[in-house]
Design a protein. Structure first.
Length: 329
């Protein structure tokens, strides 16, 4: 059999990804990546600490990042992304900039972080008021809100789950329910934090329902990394990924709201309903989220941050599984 005509494999440009040791969503990252680009993923060393501000500090130490970036260097990536939201906001804006500088020195290629990518995406959208969804505890959620305030972004409402582990096993239904609860004020966009929280299939559903851009940690990370290469992230019905319009037209915030419904006409758009979203199937034992219903804190710009209720930390001994997505009521 003659195979010389095949001529492959096709050249691939590389995006290096440094993820925390417990990152479990490699497949989700790939879904935003075009065919001519490959991800080269490495992880930080394991430490016996649950998801918390302490863990965020440990997985973002400059020495740890430098070693990970140097390991990636052998595969010759053209850009490196640190895929961890809490690890990149725990030190504030100055700490995030220092992380990028440390990675750039170690790898000698442009570097970025998830939180830096979020700020870049919000600027791209012209969004300064956002609803916030996180799987974190209250203290970690508050640290993200503090970071956003420093860069001029107001959180109008928030919802969080209070999880300290097994975040990747949260089903889409829980993500959507939190989003609905968080959007209580006049927000320009919704941000779903944590690179270990599945979001890809939920974004179109939420954008169609909420009529606003929906950003997630993995989405903005891949969008920003690919942008450095002059490439475009792929994904259906995601406002951040819309082609830029002619100069002088309105920001994407308006464009997304009109993408599904034009004044005076009805447009049929094939957006998956929540019952059609593929479930995130829990793998093995996982602690419960507690009472199914996140801790919600609707905020006004002048109000103090105080959740309506809090979720107890996950018990170590629990072996219950997260519930499957519920059917529509």
């Amino acid at each position: 059999m003659q195979v010389s005509f095949l001529g492959g494999p096709q050249p691939q440009r590389g995006v290096g990804v440094v993820a925390p040791f417990d990152f479990a969503l490699d497949r989700e990252l790939w879904r935003w990546v075009p065919d001519d680009i490959s991800l080269r993923v490495t992880r930080t060393p394991y430490v016996p600490v649950e998801v918390s501000l302490d863990l965020a500090r440990l997985v973002s130490e400059h020495e740890t990042l430098g070693e990970a970036v140097r390991a990636l260097g052998a595969s010759e990536p053209e850009v490196i992304a640190y895929a961890c939201t809490s690890g990149s906001f725990v030190g504030g804006p100055a700490g995030e900039r220092a992380m990028c500088e440390a990675m750039t020195r170690a790898g000698e290629v442009p570097s970025l972080t998830t939180t830096g990518a979020l700020v870049e995406a919000l600027e791209e959208l012209g969004a300064s008021r956002i609803a916030l969804v996180t799987p974190y505890t209250e203290s970690v959620t508050q640290a993200l809100e503090d970071y956003l305030a420093e860069v001029g972004v107001t959180v109008t409402g928030r919802a969080f789950l209070g999880l300290t582990r097994h975040i990747w096993k949260v089903p889409y239904r829980s993500v959507v329910d939190m989003a609905r609860e968080a959007v209580v004020g006049s927000a320009d966009a919704l941000f779903i934090s944590c690179t270990n929280l599945p979001t890809y299939d939920a974004i179109p559903q939420l954008e169609a329902e909420l009529r606003m851009p929906v950003l997630s940690a993995n989405q903005v990370t891949m969008w920003a990394a690919l942008r450095r290469l002059g490439a475009h992230a792929v994904g259906p019905y995601q406002g951040l990924l819309l082609d830029r319009r002619e100069a002088g037209e309105a920001h994407y915030v308006r464009d997304v709201r009109e993408a599904y419904e034009q004044p005076g006409e009805t447009r049929e758009v094939s957006i998956p309903s929540i019952q059609a979203l593929p479930p995130v199937v829990p793998m093995g034992p996982v602690a419960p989220i507690g009472p199914m219903g996140p801790a919600i804190s609707p905020l006004s710009p002048a109000s103090s941050v105080s959740p309506a209720s809090s979720v107890e930390p996950l018990p170590e001994s629990s072996t219950e599984s997260l519930p499957e997505p519920l059917p529509d009521e």
